[in-house]
Design a protein around this ligand. Structure first.
Ligand SMILES: [Zn+2]
Length: 297
């Protein structure tokens, strides 16, 4: 028996080693639509739009290119969250069959539903610039109809910043972002120079862009995803400092009226409200509820 014990322990060790080698990084992908290759107009990003059909296919194709790159860099599990509008844009059968799809709306964490501290990295595909960005396809922040700007601790953030801070609250870094050139600039300025960005188009305005050749764009997505996952340890999660002071500026003064009814929410101007949260995720949820209330007519 004394001789069997070390052999047994060695077998347990080797089995553990084998299992550890099989388990690669787990990646969360949030995919929006405005920054997808080919998309330049609202008619392409709503189910009522006459150009919607092709655009939802391009959305799956951009994500599949990223997925291919992530698997080639050793990812063992990938979860994709459809993050645009109805959040039912990607047809499940068009997505790489090895990944999970989170589809439908509303979801408590919206574009970030599904992320938690079991993930090793987060990727944003098809993202767009913040409201008020010149020459960037379909710029807005969460709600084009109500939001002029969202600030946290006095820093104006695009969706990519707010969503990265959610991932950051779980200790997960955003390693890659794709969209138009201006969105990539905003990603580097907020997330740091190590984040990998892939521009699939260069915008001339809110509704016009030069698309990079499709083959080239998808190749860049594949290679960017591979590079990003391999260098993920160099990319820090975005961690904002608590307490989190949120300020929402709306387009019109009437849009502050319903949000102002919520306890803890202060009116800070004719078109703006503010509140403070100790927990970023709780703050984000209140922000979303206020945006919904701002749209009340
Ligand atoms: Zn969108």
């Amino acid at each position: 028996m004394k001789r069997i014990a070390p052999v047994f322990l060695m077998l347990v060790f080797l089995t553990g080693l084998f299992a550890a080698e099989k388990t690669g990084p787990k990646v969360f992908i949030s995919v929006d639509m405005e920054g997808i290759w080919g998309v330049v107009h609202g008619d392409q990003v709503s189910a009522q739009g006459h150009d919607y059909g092709p655009a939802r296919k391009w959305m799956a194709e951009d994500v599949n290119a990223v997925i291919e790159g992530l698997f080639s860099a050793g990812a063992s599990e990938i979860v994709v969250n459809d993050s645009h509008g109805s959040m039912r844009n990607i047809l499940a059968q068009d997505l790489n069959p090895r990944v999970s799809l989170i589809t439908g709306s509303p979801k408590p964490l919206s574009m970030m539903q599904g992320v938690d501290n079991t993930f090793d990295a987060c990727v944003f595909v098809g993202y767009h610039a913040k409201a008020g960005t010149a020459s960037s396809i379909l710029d807005h922040t969460y709600s084009g109809a109500t939001i002029r700007s969202i600030k946290v601790n006095n820093l104006e953030l695009p969706e990519l910043g707010l969503n990265a801070a959610i991932a950051g609250a779980f200790g997960v870094p955003v390693i890659l972002l794709s969209g138009d050139g201006e969105t990539c600039n905003q990603a580097r300025s907020i997330l740091g120079s190590e984040v990998v960005t892939v521009a699939v188009k260069e915008s001339f305005g809110r509704y016009a862009a030069k698309l990079h050749p499709q083959e080239e764009a998808r190749k860049r997505l594949r290679e960017g995803a591979k590079e990003a996952l391999l260098k993920r340890s160099k990319i820090a999660p975005l961690r904002l400092k608590p307490p989190y002071a949120f300020e929402l500026e709306f387009h019109n003064s009437n849009q502050t009226e319903m949000p102002a009814l919520v306890p803890g929410v202060k009116v800070t101007g004719a078109r703006s409200v503010a509140f403070t949260a100790d927990d970023f995720i709780e703050g984000f949820k209140l922000m979303r509820a206020l945006i919904a209330l701002a749209g009340y007519q």
